[in-house]
Ligand binder design. Structure first.
Ligand SMILES: [Mg+2]
Length: 246
């Protein structure tokens, strides 16, 4: 915690009450683990890629399990800051290095990634999500702000969302301000007019609050709040959202 100068002690309270008078005019959503469960999807996408590799480039899965390929991509995020926020580039680079290691010098990395990516976008929405988004889309502009590489067209959300930005579009991942500021600019609204809804206390709640957006923490699994900026509201499923916005 940064020490607060005694003269500023009353400031945070005043700012909160001021912000509460500003009407919500738009909603942004995190995607993975907020609108669908992501890990079963990733597991299945990796399994489908594994099967494809076993068929066409069998030495790769002989040298690397799916988990090792995932870990290689994660390790590259530490080693290569310029692509650390780009899940697509990290996955492709891991595949390229694994193919080289397995002795394939002419490996079609884009075709291999597409096998993964097709399955990665075959998501199953949490049961309440689509009806809620359909109602909200009639009243507010909706936006998607994701660190991941889900494609709102492929997952079937393009007709409900006015815009979708991911970490690659803005060059930085949440909780950095870039995605939230991009939403403000696109909407031509002040941060306090926008509420961001997401599952990650640091990336979604902390990141959005640091820019001045209102925040809703989607806590589907009854987790304890881990600390940091407290969300303006906490919900357990998206069908609690409309009551909060009233
Ligand atoms: Mg998430």
């Amino acid at each position: 915690m940064t020490p607060v100068h005694p003269g500023f002690r009353s400031f945070p309270k005043a700012r909160v009450s001021l912000r509460k008078r500003v009407a919500i005019r738009a909603i942004t959503f995190d995607l993975d683990d907020t609108l669908w469960d992501i890990w079963p999807v990733i597991d299945r996408a990796e399994a489908q890629l594994h099967d494809w590799l076993a068929r066409y480039f069998p030495r790769i899965p002989e040298h690397f399990t799916s988990l090792e390929l995932r870990e290689l991509a994660n390790a590259l995020a530490d080693e290569r800051p310029p692509i650390a926020h780009d899940r697509t580039a990290l996955r492709k680079e891991a595949l390229r290095l694994a193919a080289l290691d397995a002795g394939y010098s002419d490996f079609p990395v884009d075709a291999a990634f597409e096998v993964f990516f097709r399955a990665r976008n075959q998501i199953v929405f949490f049961a309440e999500v689509l009806p809620v988004l359909e109602r909200l889309a009639q009243r507010y502009p909706l936006g998607a702000l994701s660190n991941g590489n889900a494609d709102i067209h492929r997952v079937g959300l393009a007709h409900l969302f006015d815009f979708a930005f991911n970490a690659v579009d803005v060059g930085a991942a949440k909780p950095a301000p870039a995605l939230f500021l991009a939403a403000c600019r696109h909407l031509n609204m002040t941060p306090a007019q926008i509420v961001h809804v997401g599952d990650d206390p640091e990336h979604d709640v902390g990141g959005a609050a640091s820019v001045g957006l209102r925040t809703v923490w989607v806590n589907r699994t009854g987790r304890k709040w881990p600390g940091g900026f407290r969300a303006d509201a906490e919900i357990h499923a998206l069908d609690e959202l409309e009551a909060i916005l009233e």
